[in-house]
Design a protein around this ligand. Structure first.
Ligand SMILES: Nc1ncnc2c1ncn2[C@@H]1O[C@H](COP(=O)(O)OP(=O)(O)OP(=O)(O)O)[C@@H](O)[C@H]1O
Ligand SMILES: [Mg+2]
Length: 230
């Protein structure tokens, strides 16, 4: 579904990601690693928000190395960035409507599906997104990506700042979304324990390089942890 071949990326002249090879299928693929390991840089590079400094990226067999983010969205790739993922001055409904500009099925049906998935948003539909709680705002951000009907959903630390209860619930929802919609999910996450509960495959990034890339089932947790201590 998504293939990276020797992708390097970073900011200006600085290279953060170093020759990353990756093959993501229709699975829940967790990208782990400590602060600054390069998780967000990888997500941004895949979503076309950062220019690759080298290598190639393909999505569903098409070369998208230089494809613009809006075009990638139309092709079926949605991202919930780590920061700035909602429009605070717009209402919940307006935020979702913006996402619904991409996609083909009737807009109302797609928005109703988000409210079915996140019923807590129903009473807040006309509330400004900037006045929501952290957990509610994350639901809007994920919902905005989902109304685009993506085939691959990129989630960058969606549970940051959430209480354990909200975080666990969102993790469960992420797995549910994957199973019900049969879409691939690339999940950048700090919390290895939680991510391993829902992931099919695990990548640990360390200093912008791949430390480990293995199926989640039966993974040696000490090795995962070792990737955080380099
Ligand atoms: N806009 C930027 N300009 C320059 N350097 C940046 C920029 N954004 C990130 N970096 C640097 O790139 C490196 C990787 O950052 P990145 O945001 O990808 O890490 P991360 O794994 O997502 O960390 P976290 O878990 O804290 O979100 C860090 O050293 C960071 O300082
Ligand atoms: Mg990050």
């Amino acid at each position: 579904m998504l293939k990276l071949n020797a992708v390097s990326s970073g900011y200006g002249d600085v290279t953060i990601l170093k020759e990353i090879d990756l093959d993501v299928g229709g699975e829940v693929f967790a990208v782990l690693g400590s602060n600054g390991a390069g998780k967000s840089t990888l997500m941004k590079a895949v979503a076309g928000l950062l220019r690759s400094q080298g290598g190639t990226i393909s999505f569903e067999g098409r070369d998208v190395t230089r494809t613009a983010p809006n075009k990638l969205a139309e092709m079926g790739l949605a991202i919930v960035p780590q920061e700035g993922n909602i429009f605070p001055d717009l209402t919940v409904r307006e935020n979702l409507s913006l996402g619904a500009l991409v996609g083909t099925r009737p807009r109302k049906a797609r928005m109703d599906e988000v409210f079915d998935l996140f019923p807590d948003l129903v009473p807040r539909i006309d509330q400004k997104a900037g006045s929501l709680s952290g957990g509610e705002a994350q639901m809007v951000a994920v919902g905005r990506a989902l109304v685009q009907e993506p085939r691959l959903l990129l989630l960058d630390e969606p549970t940051t700042g959430l209480s354990p209860k909200y975080a666990s619930s969102l993790f469960r929802k992420i797995r549910e979304i994957h199973e019900q919609r049969r879409i691939g999910i690339l999940l950048a996450e700090q919390n290895a324990v939680k991510a391993l509960e829902i992931a099919d495959r695990v990548l640990v990034l360390s200093l912008g390089a791949i430390f480990l890339n293995e199926p989640a089932k039966g993974i040696d947790f000490d090795r995962v942890r070792a990737g955080y201590h380099i």
